[in-house]
Design a binder for this molecule. Structure first.
Ligand code: BGC
Length: 464
């Protein structure tokens, strides 16, 4: 019955897209929670009369929670499964959003943001993992970049909603409105199937096959994939033991840590969290101008992510990263120099904004998506869960350090030198990329693993 066949193939495709969309919704929440604080912070600071140091804690408490959440979800997603982990994440998103909106003191807000952080940590570990296990092979790579796209859309949506509520200074609404997508995620997760890979790892091959046959075009395809999963399960996963016993695996874990440190110390989140403050430093005194400037930052971040999606498989990871770090170094460096000289005319103000946007483009076209892509490519199968847990937790710890030190740096070093420090770091990352980062374009994961485990230099593990 070809008609029926066609119908079921189409419905399986729709089902796969629906499943991927729901999982990517977790990326949207990740972005919303990163983005929302920039616009809300000035009003919170006024209401609670908090110091710069307390503001830094309000920003970075979420990152602390996220680091803990990422570590915890490594364990949770292998014990309870990806679906239940996402469900736990969604519940935490709902609780954290409501609690932070109703906070009556800075301490309570910090505690609520730790809960939100736990949710973001679970989402940032589980959602890409689930996507990579559920998506058909052909679209697996683009799924990771699309996940980053959802993060940037979340950040932009948060900036827009912040702007909408800013006239009234309604920071509780800014934080509280995120409850709506969080509830949607929670409802949606009920409809997600369990990951076939996780089911198989638990020995439930029958359910794994049932899920796969709902998500793949033909039952032959589903059977073939299940055979491959069965094959890969013969290699026993043993993250921590492997880490202790195998120095080549330790190198991959080190590389994952380094990649995430590089992503965060570009200084991107300084702008994500403190954009209105930076516009103020650049001479835009009016809050509405600062808010709209921030929205433009969010929009450019979304649009430039498409550059990465287009370049990553054509140019490759390494040249794209090198160009990105160069653009970021120039953006931060020139901005710092302008702050040093003083921004006295309107032209100078707009030029400063252009430099800020240039920095954003540099990040979104390179380190934003590519670091997540590389981190998922370099770990050997046996140590994948462990390696990705460590690199994801590093992302959040480094994120926290950047968020917790920016205002202090401005106050102690001064505005211009703070931006120069980040410019210098980006120059340093160009050198690190040349020395250590592999090119993994068009190479199979098994091949990368073989190169790594045979002791090839890190920068050569992608060689054919
Ligand atoms: C980073 C976040 C950052 C976001 C900005 C992500 O890849 O991990 O820290 O805020 O990109 O778009």
């Amino acid at each position: 019955m070809p008609g029926n066949n066609h119908k079921s193939r189409t419905s399986n495709k729709v089902m796969t897209l629906f499943v991927c969309f729901l999982a990517a919704l977790a990326g949207l929440l990740f972005g919303l929670d990163i983005g929302v604080i920039a616009g809300a912070l000035p009003f919170i600071a006024k209401d609670f009369n908090v110091t710069a140091h307390q503001q830094e804690w309000i920003v970075s408490s979420m990152m602390f929670g996220a680091a803990v959440g990422a570590v915890g979800s490594g364990w949770m997603s292998s014990r309870l499964g990806r679906k239940k982990s996402l469900m736990a994440g969604a519940i935490l998103f709902v609780i954290g959003s409501l609690w932070s909106a109703g906070a009556t003191s800075p301490e309570m807000l910090i505690a609520a943001r730790v809960v939100l952080g736990l949710a973001v940590g679970v989402a940032s570990y589980t959602a890409p993992l689930y996507l990579s296990e559920i998506a058909p092979e052909k679209i697996r790579g683009s799924m990771i970049s699309l996940y980053q796209l959802m993060i940037t859309i979340g950040i932009l949506a948060a900036y827009l909603s912040d702007t909408a509520f800013s006239d009234a200074g309604a920071w509780r609404w800014m934080l509280g409105i995120i409850t709506i997508p969080a509830v949607l995620l929670l409802i949606g997760v009920f409809f997600l199937p369990n990951s076939p890979r996780w089911l198989a790892a638990k020995g439930d091959f029958r359910s794994a096959e049932r899920v796969l046959s709902r998500l793949r075009d033909t039952s032959e395809q589903a059977k073939r994939e299940l055979d491959e999963i069965r094959e890969s399960l013969k290699i026993k996963q043993s993250g921590w033991q492997l880490f202790q016993s195998n120095s080549n695996f330790r190198r991959a874990v080190f590389l994952g840590v380094l990649l995430q440190v590089m992503q965060q110390f570009t200084g991107m989140n300084v702008i994500m969290y403190y954009a209105p403050k930076i516009f103020e430093i650049a001479g835009f005194a009016n809050t509405t101008q600062q808010m709209w400037g921030t929205v433009i930052v969010g929009l450019v971040n979304v649009l430039a992510t498409f550059i990465a999606i287009g370049l990553v498989d054509r140019w490759g990871r390494k040249p794209t990263l090198l160009l990105g770090f160069l653009v970021m170094a120039l953006g931060m460096g020139i901005l710092g120099t302008m702050l040093h000289i003083g921004i006295h005319s309107q032209e100078a103000q707009y030029f400063a904004v252009a430099m800020l946007l240039m920095f954003i483009i540099g990040f979104a076209m390179s380190a934003g998506p590519l670091i997540w892509v590389l981190c998922s490519e370099i770990q050997p199968l046996k140590g994948r869960d462990f390696g990705i847990t460590v690199s994801t937790a590093t992302n959040w710890i480094a994120n926290m350090i950047v968020g917790a030190t920016f205002l202090t740096m401005l106050n102690t070093l001064g505005n211009a030198p703070t931006f120069w420090v980040y410019a210098g770091l980006n120059v340093f990352f160009i050198l690190l990329t040349l020395a250590l980062i592999p090119e993994t374009k068009n190479v199979s994961l098994e091949h990368i693993e073989r190169n790594l485990m045979s002791g090839k230099k890190l920068r050569d593990i992608g060689q054919k």
